[in-house]
Design a protein around this ligand. Structure first.
Ligand SMILES: [Zn+2]
Length: 473
């Protein structure tokens, strides 16, 4: 076992202080000759313990929510409760196993993991199931049931005020974007999107649209997703991101009827049919505005800009890296809707333009809120960096085909998003103070979590923290 993990086990059994917020003290390791400066090495936390504490603190009803997923198996033939199998799926993603086979291999020796599963799911578990069992179950359950678990998790975080400070005005920032999941050179299933290329080749693909709750300090919590796919091989026009957006927007509204959102969207969504439902729901939006996409509207906006010379403000960027100028207009008429527009220009220290953006908004922009709007508009990139990049390259392997069965494949995707949410709660919460210093990469972290899950003996009286604060890194 890793030396750091052993050291942490000894320390953590006598202390249940949170690791975030500086309560965990770094360990000093003497190097080299006496008198040489000591290097500071942070304590490696007992990851299994921190995971259990995190889930118990933020999502204490997870066992109930997973238990509500309808199990279509014959009860007489059931060995592993469905909620336990689903949690194993979550752990497969949390440990960055990359495939069911890899997870099955390392859990052969995971003697303590069954107890941990039972602990989190409030039931007796004697052994760890082979993930073929999970695969068989996922082929028969309704993926929507798993999406409800993700939504319940987000609602719980909002209700417990864990996301206080995330609202801009009264709205949560919701970045929505699409990404590719799988691509094949031959037909894969009847739902595949078909793309004919100019060189005569054809690809068959699956894409995904995800809504992430984003924050200024680097969170991208998945809220819901929509699969972009054709309907059973019978269709006039193929499915696309914008069609999927409407399905997703309606579901987000149904899953979060009490919550108001501020949508952050790229230029693909600069469309009256996207804006109208946002107005109808009382949501705000920032949609990228390009002169090449909406030429007439852009010219109209430029005319209004000339008539509003006083509607501008500027600031110096931190570390004297240059400056940012914002300009804004309101009452831009677009298909009977009155829009605001914010223009941003970044210049380097020599005055050269290094970036410029324009966004359409549903609410008026004025001097008191212009910097808030400018900042919110830029957060759409969180769904690329902290969202899709982590899901694809941070150990979750979004592009891996976890199942060739279409229903199970969707279920894996929902489970992956739940794991992505839990990972952020863990690494920015209990691990926040030490995560970067202890783990060289997400891959390294995933390996350590797997080792810990396999061997950690949790104390019976696991005391819980009153509060877990998120790091602001
Ligand atoms: Zn397919």
């Amino acid at each position: 076992m890793d030396e750091d993990i052993q050291a942490a086990q000894g320390i953590n059994q006598s202390s249940d202080q949170g690791l975030a917020g500086g309560t965990a003290q770094p360990r000093e390791v003497a190097k080299g000759k006496p008198g040489r400066r000591k290097s500071i090495r942070p304590i490696a936390p007992e990851l299994a313990r921190e995971l259990v504490v995190t889930i118990r603190h933020f999502l204490p009803e997870l066992a109930v929510w997973l238990g509500d997923v309808k199990d279509k198996r014959d009860p007489k033939l059931v060995t592993f409760p469905l909620k336990v199998l689903l949690l194993q799926g979550v752990l497969m993603f949390l440990t960055h196993s990359g495939s069911r086979n890899h997870f099955n291999n390392w859990t052969r020796d995971a003697v303590q993991m069954a107890r941990l599963l039972g602990r989190l799911m409030d039931c007796e578990v004697e052994s760890v199931a082979h993930l073929d069992t999970l695969e068989g179950v996922l082929r028969k359950i309704d993926p929507v049931m798993l999406e409800r678990v993700l939504a319940a998790s987000i609602r719980r975080l909002i209700r417990m005020k864990a996301l206080e400070g995330w609202r801009v005005g009264s709205r949560f920032l919701l970045a929505i974007d699409g990404t590719g999941m799988h691509s094949f050179n031959e037909p894969h299933c009847e739902e595949c999107l078909k793309t004919e290329h100019t060189n005569g080749t054809v690809t068959y693909s699956h894409k995904l649209l995800v809504a992430f709750l984003v924050s200024q300090d680097g969170f991208a919590l998945p809220v819901a997703c929509e699969f972009i796919e054709n309907a059973g091989g019978i269709y006039i026009k193929q499915d696309c991101e914008k069609k999927a957006f409407h399905r997703l927007e309606r579901r987000v509204r149904d899953l979060f009827p009490q919550t108001s959102f501020w949508l952050l969207l790229d230029a693909l969504y600069a469309d009256q049919n996207v804006m109208r439902p946002c107005f109808a729901h009382g949501w705000n939006f920032c949609i990228s505005f390009l002169d090449t996409d909406m030429t007439a509207l852009w010219k109209e906006a430029q005319s209004l800009l000339i008539l509003s010379p006083g509607q501008r403000a500027s600031m110096t960027l931190p570390n004297k890296e240059g400056s940012r100028e914002v300009r804004w207009i309101n009452d831009l008429d677009y298909a009977g809707m009155s829009l605001g527009v914010i223009f941003q220009i970044d210049r380097d220290a020599q005055g050269q333009i290094i970036a410029q953006f324009a966004h359409l908004t549903a609410r008026p922009v004025h001097r008191d809120n212009v910097w808030t709007v400018a900042s919110a508009a830029r957060l759409r990139w969180r769904c690329e960096n902290e969202g899709f990049n982590v899901l694809k390259n941070g150990g979750f392997a979004l592009e891996h085909v976890y199942s060739r069965n279409p229903t199970a494949s969707k279920c894996y995707c929902h489970i992956m998003l739940l794991a992505h949410l839990i990972q952020q709660l863990l690494i920015r919460g209990r691990l926040g103070a030490v995560f970067e210093a202890v783990f060289k990469s997400f891959r390294h972290y995933g390996q350590k979590l797997a080792q810990s899950l396999a061997s950690c003996i949790l104390p019976l009286d696991l005391s819980m923290p009153g509060q877990i604060r998120f790091s602001t890194a």
